[in-house]
Design a protein around this ligand. Structure first.
Ligand code: NDP
Length: 475
């Protein structure tokens, strides 16, 4: 193949700039030099504000169990096999951060279904720090660098957490042994939000999605992680890439929890509260299928950096819920992709659905023309055979009521402690000691009054929890 410019013009010399004389300066007409330099300036796109450091692989979801009584989604019918890409990530660090840091891990899946893309954009934890999206930018500021020192701040993290006790559940998971997975293969994934499933009869069920690792849970202590990071900042990327290259394909059992609307109305807490799980005893896990990763991307930038996940991508038979955090993400994720990648990011090969696209949203940067409209049918409705709405995909109505106001969720539910207590209760002695010491280490440099406020919350989870952290702090 000939070396060419991006417009296909042959390049005769790729070693020597065009100059005026043997010792003279370069010529402005050396377009080939200019194109190389200009592209170098544009080789990066803005990194994701959160989940900047990631690793991804392609794979397949195979449905092994019949859940058709809950959903008509083709992707979830027994026997269906659907190609997917799964991107793992850390949350707070920048694109160059070390993989083996204590952090929540992203677990974002794009299923290329016959009915369009379905994105399940979750984490390796079943809950999150917040239940109200109003606080999301504030929270993320505490995880990022201090604007003056440009350093991460334990003070900011614990100040915010101790002032926002709904974070306690996720903080307890983060500070537990599971806060540093040994690899992306050895952790669970959770859809985290409540979604809905809709069956052929138009009945709606509330659902949570779980992916249980078949590799077994394996975690790192702070000391083990520090040793790994000293030698290798890419330990999770390396592990995932090398295992898949070697044909050692990781897999996860996909399961769901189902709640009827009647059960939801009787639940003592909101089933749409992202800081809470649904107890397995009350809402047992139902087997669905197996997710396997079996192919590495060929080009990291094209397929991982430009991969754009959004919970707004759903297919018939799967729907949203009143979960406020989910509703905010339905807006903010595609908005982030438009900013980060460009208007028509969905046309890029990694984001492109395998199903037919019939859209009128064609103007704007980066449109490659593959979804073109005809000369007549460029608005809707039209009389010229353009894409039409499909009323058969309407969702059943969802009854909502109430007065519009800014409800104070702290007045509605101040039980921040029962579920962290249940988690603490299933930890063995070694796990509890790790929890205490991880919290103590993460409080290095934090002001006394903030530590005392946090201890007050731990006390309400369990006096043993607070005493353990106090002892680990050496007081
Ligand atoms: P169960 O005993 O039925 O389940 C406990 C769950 O906790 C298991 O899924 C287990 O995952 C997981 N787990 C164990 N250690 C940790 C940890 N350090 N961090 C995060 N998850 C952990 O109990 P319940 O359903 O009654 O829930 C009790 C508590 O377990 C909850 O308050 C919640 O904190 C936690 N949990 C619950 C989940 C749920 O959906 N109900 C999901 C995950 C956690 P595994 O099977 O992989 O070992």
């Amino acid at each position: 193949m000939k070396l060419t410019t991006t417009s296909g013009n042959p390049i005769a010399d790729n070693q020597n700039a065009l100059t005026a004389g043997e010792r003279g300066g370069v010529m402005l007409q050396d377009y080939q030099l200019i194109e190389k330099l200009a592209h170098q300036n544009r080789e990066r796109i803005p990194e994701r504000t959160v989940h900047a450091k990631g690793s991804a692989a392609y794979g397949v979801l195979e449905i092994t169990h019949d859940i058709s009584r809950y959903t008509k989604a083709k992707v979830l019918q027994k026997g269906e096999k659907t190609r997917l890409i799964l991107r793992f990530s850390t949350v707070a660090g920048e694109a160059g951060a070390a993989d083996a840091e204590r952090d929540v891990r992203g677990f974002a899946i794009k299923f290329y279904t016959r009915e369009g893309n379905w994105d399940l954009v979750g984490n390796n934890t079943p809950v999150f720090f917040l239940k109200d999206p109003y606080k999301f930018p504030d929270f993320i500021h505490t995880q990022k660098r201090n604007p003056r020192s440009h350093l991460r701040s334990n003070e900011a993290a614990w100040d915010f957490w101790s002032l926002s006790p709904e974070t306690l559940h996720q903080v307890t998971i983060l500070m537990s042994d599971r806060g540093i997975p040994a690899s992306y293969r050895q952790m669970n994934g959770y859809g985290s939000h409540t979604y809905s499933l809709i069956n052929e009869a138009g009945e709606r069920f509330w659902v949570k999605f779980h992916f249980k690792t078949r590799q077994g849970i394996k975690t790192l202590t702070n000391d083990e992680a520090a040793t790994i990071i000293a030698a290798d900042r890419e330990s999770h990327q390396r592990d995932l890439y090398e295992n898949i290259e070697a044909g050692n394909f990781p897999s996860w059992d996909m399961k769901i929890q189902i709640m009827t609307d009647e059960q939801a109305k009787k639940l003592p807490y909101s089933p749409f509260d992202l800081t809470k799980v649904w107890s397995h005893a009350d809402f047992p896990l139902i087997d669905v299928g197996v997710l396997t990763l079996n192919e590495n991307p060929k080009n990291y930038f094209n397929e991982v950096e430009q991969a754009a996940f959004s919970p707004s991508n759903i297919v018939p038979g799967i729907g949203f819920s009143p979960d406020r955090m989910l509703q905010a993400r339905i807006f903010s994720y595609p908005d982030a992709q438009r900013y980060r990648i460009g208007t028509h990011y969905a046309q890029l090969s990694v984001n492109r659905p395998i199903s037919e696209v019939g859209t009128y949203t064609l103007g704007g940067a980066m449109n490659d023309g593959s979804y073109d409209v005809s000369a007549q049918a460029y608005y809707e409705p039209n009389s010229f055979g353009g894409a039409k709405e499909a009323p058969e995909f309407s969702e059943p109505a969802l009854e909502l009521s109430g007065e519009m106001k800014r409800y104070n969720h702290r007045e509605l539910d101040d039980d921040y402690y029962s579920q962290p207590r249940a988690l603490f209760g299933i930890m063995n002695e070694a796990q509890k000691q790790q929890l205490f010491s991880n919290i103590a280490q993460s409080m290095a440099g934090v002001s006394e009054f903030i530590i005392e406020r946090a201890l007050g919350h731990f006390e309400k989870i369990s006096p043993e929890y607070a005493a353990g952290v106090r002892a680990a702090l050496g007081r």
